[in-house]
Every structure is written in structure tokens, then in C-alpha cells.
Design a protein. Structure first.
Ligand code: FAD
Length: 315
């Protein structure tokens, strides 16, 4: 039995990456190259996204399976409740546990674009999914003798598009904690104050779980703009201007890495318990950001350099 990630007791500064299941054999090959590079930095875990309504369920499970079998990485499986019945979700949770997964990011998922209301009896909120995970865990307590499942949730430095206000988002985060969440990862944000303010408001309301900032490398103008549209988070206009004004791809990359490092370092100074990097299945920007980050626990960059040296010696 794989020891559980124990994210709730995570070391002072944790490092993690987000990956998504590949959509083609070529994408899979490139992803595995990325995975090998990221592995050298010894992250605490890598998260694997889950398509709306389980659209990529098979490729997600396959990726998680391979991560467990072929790497030293610990997967955190994203799971969404929209579009699946509670029975189907219980089955998926069981399947993940059987595969050896011990960490799940419990999400609602985005509502269907046609505006269809959830079927009667289906789970409405991430909170309901956390409770389901905890029930499945209880039923399988004999299997899980190595420890409980780590359950993560989403948190929002800027108002979730469907919420009346940010205070409501904090109430929801508190409810998720009470239902059994161990830690939270934030949506992308562009200003440190937004993250620092979430920490202050959450702690004041009684949220005690770690809230890890989700940080995307700002190296692609197209990606920053697109993510803003998808998540409802307004990108920083000054950053967009600087990226657009860069006179070459190399310069744009440099500007993007610098802005990301500044944001992540400021979040660490504000008390972030770790950094979760949205990689978009590419290692280059993530590793450049990591190299310049002031991660106090131990130098990930040094462990990466050691791993590369070992690899060169072996070849
Ligand atoms: P919830 O916490 O359920 O919140 C949804 C809305 O309902 C919010 O407006 C909230 O305020 C409200 N609400 C929640 N509980 C209650 C309650 N008890 N009473 C009243 N109102 C309530 N999407 C994917 O499809 N796949 C992924 O892999 C994925 N990964 C993500 C990873 C991270 C770190 C983040 C931040 C988001 C991710 N998403 C993913 C997007 C996520 O599914 C959307 O942001 C979604 O709109 C909300 O999900 P949630 O888990 O925050 O939902």
C-alpha cells in the first residue's frame, strides 16, 4: 500500500505541479519528457486534472496509473462531481483507491454550457463530493491502513464567478474544511494582495487548512488571456501590456518568468505554505521559475542539478 501523501502535515514549503492527461500519442510523448524533468525536482505531489463530466476519465486514470508504477511521483487525482451520479463517483473513487491513489482534489467542475440543471439526487457542490470521498474511505478503512486519504479543494483569491461576493467564497471554504478537506489550492491570481487577503479573511473565519497558491507561468500572452476567459479571473493589464510589448519570444519569456517569480516569492512572503505550479504539460517555464524561487525548505534546484549530474554520469 502506497503511503498517503499526508498533505495536511506537509513540510513548511511544499512544491507541486499540475498536469493534464495527454490528448494524442505525440502529446503523451512530450508529457513524459516533462514528467521526467519535473521528477528531478522531487515535488511533494503532481496533480492530474479531470475533464468536465469525466470526458477524459480513461486517459486520466491511465496517466495516474503510470505515474504510480513508473515514477517516484505521488499523484493527486482531480475529480469533479458535475455530470456523474453519486454511484458512478463512488465507483471512480474506489477505482482510484485500488490503483494506489491517496490524494484527491474534490471539485464541482464547471456547469454544463447548455445551462442544464443537475439531475435529481446528483451532487451539487464540491462539499458533497468531499463527504462522499470520506464515506468511501470509511467503507475501505481496512485497505487504507497506511493512513487516510488527503482531500484537497479549490479556493478563490478573487470571487468565484457564480458567488455573490468573496465573503461567500470563504464561507464555502470553511464548509469544505468542515466536511473533511485537508488543504486547498487556489485559482490563478495576478496580484499578491489577492492571495494575502484570502489568507487573512480565511483565517479570520476559522479556516485552518493550508491554502497553497496556484501559480501559472506567465510566459505566453495567448495562454494568460485564454485562462482569464476560462476562469473568469481578470489578467493584470500591466502584465498583458509588458508581454505584448516584448520584441521577441525570448524577451517575452524572460518578462513572463520574472513576473511569475515575483508573484510566487511575494506569496511565500505573505505566508504561503507551498507553491503549486500550473505547468500546461511543459517543464521549461516551470523549472525556470523554480530555479529563481526562494523556496526555503531545501533547494529544489540543487536536487535537480544533482539528478542531472547523476544521469550524465550514468550515460
Ligand atoms: P464549489 O466549491 O462547489 O463552488 C461552486 C459554486 O457554488 C461557488 O460559487 C460557491 O460559492 C457555491 N457553493 C459551494 N458550496 C455551496 C454551498 N454549500 N451553499 C451555497 N453555495 C455554495 N475543473 C475541472 O473541470 N477539472 C479540473 O481538473 C479542475 N481543476 C481545478 C483545480 C483548481 C486548483 C481550481 C481552483 C479549479 C479547478 N477546476 C477544475 C475548476 C472548478 O471546477 C471550477 O472553478 C468550478 O466552477 C467550481 O469548482 P469548486 O470545486 O470550487 O466548486
Amino acid at each position: 500500500i502506497e503511503a498517503h501523501p499526508n498533505l495536511s502535515d506537509a513540510a513548511p514549503v511544499a512544491l507541486s505541479y499540475e498536469l493534464f492527461p495527454p490528448r494524442s500519442p505525440a502529446a503523451a510523448e512530450s508529457l513524459w519528457n516533462t514528467i521526467r524533468e519535473l521528477e528531478t525536482t522531487e515535488p511533494d505531489y503532481v496533480s492530474v486534472t479531470y475533464g468536465a463530466s469525466g470526458s477524459n476519465r480513461d486517459t486520466a486514470v491511465e496517466l495516474i496509473h503510470r505515474l504510480l508504477l513508473e515514477t517516484t511521483l505521488r499523484p493527486l487525482a482531480h475529480l469533479t462531481c458535475v455530470g456523474n451520479t453519486p454511484e458512478e463517483l463512488a465507483e471512480i473513487i474506489g477505482e482510484l483507491l485500488d490503483t494506489g491513489v491517496r490524494g484527491i482534489l474534490a471539485l464541482r467542475g464547471d456547469k454544463p454550457k447548455d445551462g442544464a440543471e443537475p439531475a435529481p439526487g446528483s451532487l451539487r457542490y464540491a462539499q458533497d463530493l468531499i463527504e462522499l470521498i470520506r464515506r468511501v474511505e470509511q467503507r475501505r478503512s481496512a485497505l487504507l491502513c497506511a493512513g487516510k486519504i488527503a482531500v484537497g479543494v479549490a479556493a478563490y483569491p478573487t470571487r468565484h464567478p457564480e458567488s455573490p461576493n468573496e465573503a461567500h467564497d470563504v464561507e464555502v471554504l470553511l464548509a469544505k474544511q468542515r466536511s473533511g478537506a485537508d488543504f486547498a489550492i487556489t485559482q490563478v491570481f495576478f496580484h499578491t494582495e489577492q492571495y494575502a487577503d484570502l489568507l487573512t479573511r480565511a483565517r479570520r473565519a476559522g479556516v485552518t487548512i493550508p491554502i497553497v497558491p496556484g501559480v501559472m507561468p506567465f510566459t505566453s500572452l495567448r495562454r494568460v488571456t485564454r485562462l482569464g476567459e476560462l476562469s473568469g479571473v481578470e489578467p493584470d493589464p500591466k502584465l498583458l501590456e509588458r508581454l505584448a510589448a516584448a520584441d521577441s519570444d525570448v524577451e517575452r519569456h524572460r518578462v513572463g518568468v520574472r513576473a511569475t517569480v515575483d508573484l510566487a516569492n511575494a506569496a511565500l512572503e505573505a505566508g504561503a505554505p507551498g507553491i503549486h505550479l500550473y505547468t500546461f504539460n511543459e517543464h521549461q517555464s516551470a523549472l525556470e521559475v523554480l530555479d529563481k524561487l526562494a523556496l526555503p525548505r531545501h533547494s529544489r534546484a540543487a536536487s535537480r542539478r544533482n539528478a542531472i549530474a547523476r544521469r550524465q554520469l550514468a550515460s
